[in-house]
Design a protein around this ligand. Structure first.
Ligand code: ZN
Length: 283
C-alpha cells in the first residue's frame, strides 16, 4: 500500500469515527414488569444452511438489538415475549440464519463465508428474561444469539433480575448464547476517564473469559455512548469488534468499532420488522 493510499484510508476512518460519535444515542432506563408465561415449544428445527462466499466489502448483516423480553410500561427497552416469538418465527419462515460475532468478524475481515441470509441477534445488559423467554424460543428454531453482559450485574435480583452464572454457562455451553462484554458497571464511556475506561474494558473481559472459558473479543457500548479515544482502549484490550446504537446494517465501511444495529422496539408491527430487513431480501 502506498503512503497516498494509507493517508486516504486514515482519513476515511477518521470521518467514520467522527460521524459515529456525532450520532451517539442515549437509551432510557428500564422499569420492571412481572414475567409473562412462555409458550410450549414444539416446532422442528429446519437446517438448510448454505455457506455463501462473498467479498468482505459486500458483506451487510443486520444485527438486531433487544433488551428485556418482558413488557415494560412506557419503556421501549422492554418487549412482550409474544412479539419476540413472532419475529423469530418470521425469520425462520424466511430462511434467515443466525450467526455469531466471531462469524461476522471472519466475514468482514478474513473473507470467510457466511450462511445465506445471515442475521445476528443481540441482547444488551443481560436480563434474566434472556434465559426465561429468549433461550427456549432460540432453542426451538436452532437459533443462536449474543448477550452483552454487564458483569457487575450478574446474578443481581430486584426489579430487574439479571442472568446468573449458572444460566450464562448453560446457554453458552449449549452454543445458543454467546456472552460478550458490555463493561463492568454500564458506565458512560463518553465521559469516563482513561483509567476507568481501561478498567471497564479489561476487567469485564477477564471476568467473562475466566468463567466461560473462551476469549471475549466483542463489545457493546453502554447506551451506545463512546468517544474516539475509546477505540484505542478497545484495541489494546483485545477487542476486535464493537456494536453501537447507530441504525442500519453492519458492514466493513463503518469500521470495526462502530458497527450499526437495528433496534427492535415494543409494539413494532411485523410489517415494519420486515421492512427493517429489506436489504436481506435483495438479490
Ligand atoms: Zn446497556
Amino acid at each position: 500500500m502506498t503512503s497516498r493510499h494509507l493517508l486516504r484510508l486514515v482519513s476515511i476512518c477518521l470521518v467514520t469515527m467522527v460521524t459515529s460519535v456525532a450520532n451517539g444515542r442515549v437509551s432510557a432506563s428500564p422499569i420492571g414488569h412481572p414475567d409473562l408465561k412462555a409458550k410450549q415449544l414444539a416446532v422442528s428445527v429446519r437446517c438448510t444452511r448454505r455457506m455463501v462466499s462473498t467479498d468482505s466489502k459486500q458483506v451487510r448483516v443486520p444485527i438486531l438489538m433487544y433488551h428485556e423480553l418482558n413488557y415494560l410500561h412506557r419503556n421501549s427497552l422492554g418487549m412482550a415475549p409474544g412479539q419476540f416469538e413472532s419475529e423469530m418465527e418470521f425469520l425462520h419462515q424466511n430462511d434467515f440464519h443466525t450467526i455469531t460475532m466471531e462469524q461476522l468478524y471472519a466475514a468482514l475481515y478474513q473473507q470467510r463465508p457466511l450462511p445465506d441470509r445471515p442475521i445476528l441477534l443481540t441482547f444488551d445488559d443481560g436480563y434474566k428474561s434472556v434465559y426465561t423467554k429468549a433461550y427456549p424460543i432460540l432453542s426451538r428454531y436452532g437459533y443462536k444469539g449474543t448477550v452483552f453482559m454487564v458483569t457487575d450485574a450478574i446474578g443481581s435480583r430486584g426489579q430487574h433480575p439479571m442472568l446468573t452464572w449458572t444460566e450464562l454457562l448453560e446457554m453458552n455451553r449449549r452454543g445458543i448464547m454467546d456472552v460478550q462484554s458490555h463493561t463492568v458497571h454500564h458506565v458512560d464511556l463518553r465521559n469516563a476517564s482513561n483509567v476507568v475506561t481501561k478498567q471497564e474494558l479489561m476487567q469485564s473481559a477477564q471476568t467473562l473469559s475466566k468463567r466461560l472459558g473462551h476469549p471475549v473479543r466483542f463489545f457493546c457500548y453502554p447506551s451506545g455512548k463512546f468517544r474516539v479515544a475509546t477505540f484505542d482502549f478497545l484495541r489494546n484490550s483485545g477487542y476486535v469488534l464493537a456494536v453501537t446504537e447507530h441504525s442500519g446494517y453492519a458492514s466493513a465501511k463503518d469500521g470495526p468499532y462502530t458497527l450499526h444495529r437495528i433496534r427492535i422496539y415494543e409494539g413494532m408491527p411485523l410489517s415494519t420488522f420486515r421492512g427493517a430487513l429489506a436489504l436481506s431480501f435483495e438479490k
